[in-house]
Design a protein around this ligand. Structure first.
Ligand code: ATP
Ligand code: MG
Length: 287
């Protein structure tokens, strides 16, 4: 029987769209959970997908029901299952933070001594409090944590924050960030060789997609006497391609540049005499 890798992704929530987009960018075709299915087989890669609640994913990977999964690092740390991070994925970035009603005086984590804190992350919070020598009562609740102080359930909360607007809307202020999280690809400590070979192919594709997303293809026109200076500004993969333009004395320069570098050198390129600068996305990049 042919080996198929089984991958668990979130059915519906903050991780779903980016998880599906990542596999699609890797060229893997399948019909997704929005069409009401709980399982889908890829049509052009030895892989099938399970669409689950994110809470279930670390456990399914640990038990071997799924070979890989995508979850937030927060969920992985909270559940503390025997799984490992294969690759950080760079999306669904957020942090787990302590927050208190706005206007509360705050001088440091010791202020939580003897207080009650509502959270869905008792394990991460408990570890943090212990490390900081603080004894507080942890009220575990599964949702709408941010309303706990206003209904008198707890003095403060510990919850996921990205922009902070939910805290603000509920009259809370973030006082301490205790854990940083992003989506990660997780797997068991060891897979059999046939499955590992599929994971290696997948990782090769993921790397090509990530590298491509961080790089841009740049084209510009330059007067020949300025070529050396302009080429010196472009940290390409090797050296840039230089082609003559129909207009005498001018060349077209093509290179690959990291998006962050581009914003640093753009002014210098203009000052050095570059014209008609085009920056275009790269779909896949193998280095
Ligand atoms: P499920 O129904 O699958 O259990 P959920 O309600 O537990 O879903 P979501 O709210 O969809 O989970 O969040 C999934 C993950 O997205 C979180 O565990 C976290 O890693 C990440 N995330 C990113 N930004 C935020 C945010 N602003 N608030 C909450 N989670 C966020
Ligand atoms: Mg969940």
């Amino acid at each position: 029987m042919n080996t198929i890798l089984r991958v668990a992704i979130q059915k519906k929530g903050r991780l779903s769209d980016d998880s599906i987009a990542l596999f699609k960018e890797c060229g893997i075709k399948f019909s997704d959970a929005r069409k009401g299915r709980l399982k889908a087989e890829a049509t052009n890669f030895p892989m099938e997908f399970l669409f689950l609640r994110d809470d279930d994913i670390p456990g399914y990977v640990e038990d071997g029901v799924a070979d890989l999964g995508i979850v937030g690092e927060n969920e992985m740390a909270e559940q503390n299952k025997d799984v490992s991070v294969i690759r950080k994925l760079g999306f669904s970035k957020c942090r787990l933070s302590l927050a208190l009603p706005r206007g509360t005086e705050y001088n440091g984590v010791k202020d939580f001594e003897g207080k009650s804190i509502a959270t869905s992350y008792p394990h991460i919070l408990g570890t943090y409090l212990k490390e900081n020598g603080v004894t507080a009562e942890i009220q575990e609740i599964s949702g709408s944590v941010e309303i706990a102080p206003s209904i008198g359930l707890a003095d403060g909360i510990c919850d996921l924050v990205s922009s902070g607007s939910t805290l603000l809307m509920n009259g809370l202020q973030e006082v301490e960030s205790i854990f940083k999280s992003e989506a990660v690809l997780i797997g068991p400590q060891k897979l059999d060789d046939a499955k590992q070979a599929i994971v290696d192919q997948l990782l090769f594709r993921m790397k090509a997609v990530t590298t491509a997303n961080n790089n841009k293809y740049i084209l510009l026109n330059a007067p020949n006497e300025k070529l050396d200076e302009i080429i010196g500004l472009l940290p390409g993969m090797r050296s840039p391609t230089v082609l003559p333009l129909a207009q005498e004395g001018w060349s077209s320069v093509h290179s690959v540049i990291q998006e962050d570098d581009f914003w640093v050198v753009i002014d210098k390129l203009g000052a050095a005499g570059a014209e008609g600068i085009l920056v275009v996305p790269i779909e896949k990049m193998i280095v």
